[in-house]
Design a protein around this ligand. Structure first.
Ligand SMILES: [Zn+2]
Length: 129
């Protein structure tokens, strides 16, 4: 069954185990946590420890486990370790700029307003069509 983040418990637990985290050791979480509950968890005076290294956690999310939803608190280095790169986000500067150009063109088409955009890659603000 998909969890709050769209992942199923089996694949999430397999990923955690691969990184040395025992899912049974994670603190239980509400099935539908509110934004306030997330904010309170990462802004507490004593942050919950990272599930991997025990350092102060910097981010949290709720994951499905066989025992129910649990908080997964991680420090920033381990957030990056457990975050898979998106397959839809460009990973080159050229790709990012191409996406930006497409977004500008879509906005201009939708609004009929030409946006004055000056990128560091050109001097006049002119764009290739
Ligand atoms: Zn850590």
């Amino acid at each position: 069954m998909p969890g709050p983040s769209g992942a199923d418990a089996t694949s999430t637990e397999a990923q955690l185990t691969e990184h040395g985290i025992n899912p049974a050791s994670l603190p239980s979480a509400p099935a539908q946590p509110t934004r306030r509950q997330f904010r309170d968890r990462v802004t507490a005076v004593r942050l919950a420890p990272c599930a991997l290294c025990g350092e102060a956690g910097a981010a949290t999310r709720v994951i499905p486990t066989a025992a129910g939803p649990c908080w997964l608190d991680l420090c920033w280095p381990h957030v990056r370790t457990l975050t898979r790169p998106s397959t839809t986000v460009p990973d080159t500067l050229e790709g990012v700029l191409a996406d930006l150009h497409r977004a500008i063109e879509e906005s201009e088409t939708a609004t009929g307003v030409r946006l004055p955009v000056l990128l560091w890659t050109d001097n006049a603000g002119d764009r290739e069509a």
